[in-house]
Structures are given as C-alpha cells and as structure tokens.
Ligand binder design. Structure first.
Ligand code: OSB
Ligand code: MG
Length: 369
C-alpha cells in the first residue's frame, strides 16, 4: 500500500450539552478528521482528538494542523505500508504530537484492515463483540442537576458513571451521589486538579466504594501519584500522565497507579494503545478505553480497542447521541444491556457521511504526497 494523499478536515461539532471539567468548559468539540488515500483507491479515516486550546494537553487543533501539514508529509511521502504496526516508527521522527500522529496512524490501520476485508477489532485480536459503555458526567450547576443527569443516563442503560471533580466540587458531591445510588459502579476524574497536600480528601473518598480515582495529581507526574496510591485502597488510574508505552512501564515500576485509561489519541494511535494494553496485561494491571468526546470515527477505534482481553473495566465510550444531535458517521448506539456492539464491516466499520461532514467543517486541506 503506497500512501498518495492525506486530507485534513478541521471540524467543530456542537455538543448536546456543555461539558465542564476541572480545566474548563466546552460548548463545541473541535478536532481533525484525517483521510488517507492509497494507490488503487483504498482509503482510511482517523481522528485527531486535540481540542481548540492546550488545556487537557499541550496539543491543539492548531499544533496538530502544523505537524500534519509541515513536518509529517516529507516523512510520509509515498510511504510504503506493508504492516501498520511499524508505521508509528516512521512518525516517531517527530517528537511528541501524539494526537496528530494518532489521526494519520488510525487512518492507515483502517485502510489496511479494509484491504484485508477484516474489521479492525479482529486484526487486533479482540475477544468480544460488544463492549461495556460508561458515561463521563461533567461538572453541573448544582448537585440536584447532577443527580438528575446521572438518573437519565442510568435510565438509558449506561453501566458505569464517572463524575468530574475539582476543588469545591468533590467529596460532598460524590457522597450525595453515592447516597442516592449506593450500588452504581462509580468513579471520579480530577483531570490533575489536586496536589499531595489534598491527600486527606482522597483518603475520605476511599470509603465511598469507587472503582477508581482518575488523574488526581499533576498532568505529567508519576512520583506523587505513587505516594498517594500507597495511602489508598481505591486504585489510582492515570490518564494524562501516560503518553507512551514507556510511561506505562515507569508508572507500573513506581507504583503510581493500579489502572490505566488508554486513549488512542493521547498515546499516538492504535499500535501504542495495543502496546500499553499488552504490557499492562503481563503486569497484571487492568485497563479501560478512555475518550475525548470523539466523533463516530474516533469512537470506531475506541470500540475496536475495547474488545482486547485486558480491558477489564467499563469504558468512556458512550453512544453518539450522548454527545451529538447528529454524528458525522452512522451513529453508535447503546444496546439495552448498556453495551455497544462492534461493527463487523471492514476497518473501523464507519466513515463520515459527506452531507453530514460538510455541515461541521471549519477548514479543509488536501496534501499530495
Ligand atoms: O479526562 O477523560 C477525560 C473529555 C475530554 C477531555 C478529557 C476527558 C474527557 C472525558 C470524556 O472524560 C469521555 C468521553 O469521551 O465520553
Ligand atoms: Mg480523564
């Protein structure tokens, strides 16, 4: 397979409801959809999950656009892809910029799977054909509002609730939710809003029967997380701190966490996600697949990864209608048992529908390689 052209679509998708975390609130989800075209008409799609500003990570739509238009084309020029597993090695001449890399790497995996006529999850060695769907609930204006929102997601069938926390919206809020829903699988995500001096808050959360506490401390820290994890029975789960397979190994060796949230965008795509999954499997550390409010394209990659055997916890992979009035692909839907079914068609199983895509495109470029 010889790579001939990449096309970038900067999209802005209006979210059904404002999504607020400790680092800010989003009304529109920005991102870049990447289309890779090969000799013979073969095409694949991927998604860059960078947002408009450098709040979750340093990458933005702007930095990814620059990396993908200026620095990657010379590297990719007429690249011969025989096996997508080694494609990331080519891209790694660029340091960092994992979300930009993931966009093109996912597109290569999608095209490769299509060339074999196989669904991506099958190529990766997936062991299930439906994945457990959880929902990540943003910070709300009041606890009553939060309880109402959670109630409606449970009604819809979601099997696990994640509550975003920040200083001032934490212990009391989680206690209220726990009192209202004593048996619901529940976890919290701080998006790096605390420091070790807040350890007492987490010691108190230790009694609330949470599945895990996600990224409580600084976004690239491993050492303080290890200190906190030693004080808690509840597993610490790292998100922002794990950007590479090497980070996963370091976190395991230091005891920084007992669970890892794998986001394909954050770690540079499919191959690195599988590498982290495989390392954690050998280390005896469960993983789950996280999300960045992806469109149907990125969600196709998440679903495929969530079929891997060491994905032992519910995922931040919700149905299309949790995020958007209309997705850019055929929608991913929630089954009545709170799962999402894989698609058995080749590749990631979906692709943008032209009439839908054009409604959300802010900027488009086509680069001949
Ligand atoms: O920290 O997991 C996070 C969304 C944007 C940025 C960071 C995070 C999130 C989520 C949403 O929690 C998960 C989803 O896609 O449903
Ligand atoms: Mg997170």
């Amino acid at each position: 397979m010889r790579l001939r052209r990449i096309e970038l679509y900067h999209v802005a998708m209006r979210l059904k409801s404002r999504f607020e975390t400790s680092f800010g609130a989003s009304v529109d989800r920005h991102g870049i959809l990447v289309k890779a075209s090969f000799d013979g008409g073969l095409e694949g799609w991927g998604e860059v999950t960078a947002d408009e500003g450098p709040w979750y990570s340093y990458e933005t739509v702007g930095t990814a656009w620059l990396a993908l238009t200026e620095y990657m084309p010379p590297i990719l020029s007429k690249a011969e892809v025989t096996e997508p597993r080694s494609f990331i090695d080519l891209l790694n001449r660029v340091r960092g910029h994992n979300m930009a890399k993931a966009g093109i790497e996912e597109a290569v995996w999608d095209a490769y799977a299509k060339s074999l006529g196989k669904p991506l999850y099958e190529l990766l060695g997936g062991v299930r054909d439906r994945i457990v769907s959880g929902v990540s609930v943003g910070i709300q204006d009041s606890v009553d509002e939060l309880l109402k929102v959670i109630g409606s997601y449970l009604e819809a069938g979601y099997r696990r609730i994640k509550i975003k926390i920040k200083p001032g919206w934490d212990l009391a809020v989680v206690r209220r939710v726990r009192r209202e829903y004593p048996d619901v699988p529940l976890q919290v995500d701080a998006n790096a809003a605390y420091s070790l001096s807040d350890a007492a808050t987490f010691r108190e959360m230790d009694d609330l029967g949470l599945l895990l506490i996600e990224q409580p401390l600084d976004y690239d820290d491993l050492v303080d997380h290890a200190k906190l994890q030693r004080e808690l029975r509840t597993p610490v789960c790292l998100d922002e701190s794990i950007k590479t397979p090497a980070d996963a190994r370091r976190a395991f060796e230091l005891g920084s966490c007992r669970v890892i949230n794998i986001k394909p965008g954050r770690v540079g795509g499919v191959t690195n996600s599988v590498a982290i999954h495989d390392f954690c499997r050998l280390a005896g550390m469960p993983v789950w697949i996280g999300g960045m409010l992806e469109t149907g394209v990125g969600r196709g990659v998440q679903v495929a990864l969530a079929t891997l055997p060491n994905v032992k916890l519910p995922n931040d992979i919700s149905a299309s209608d949790r995020y958007y009035e209309e997705d850019v692909t055929e929608p991913w839907v929630l089954n009545r048992d709170g799962t999402i079914s894989v698609r058995k068609s080749p590749g990631i199983g979906v692709e943008p529908i032209e009439e839908r895509l054009v409604k959300h495109v802010v900027k488009h470029v086509s680069i001949e390689l």
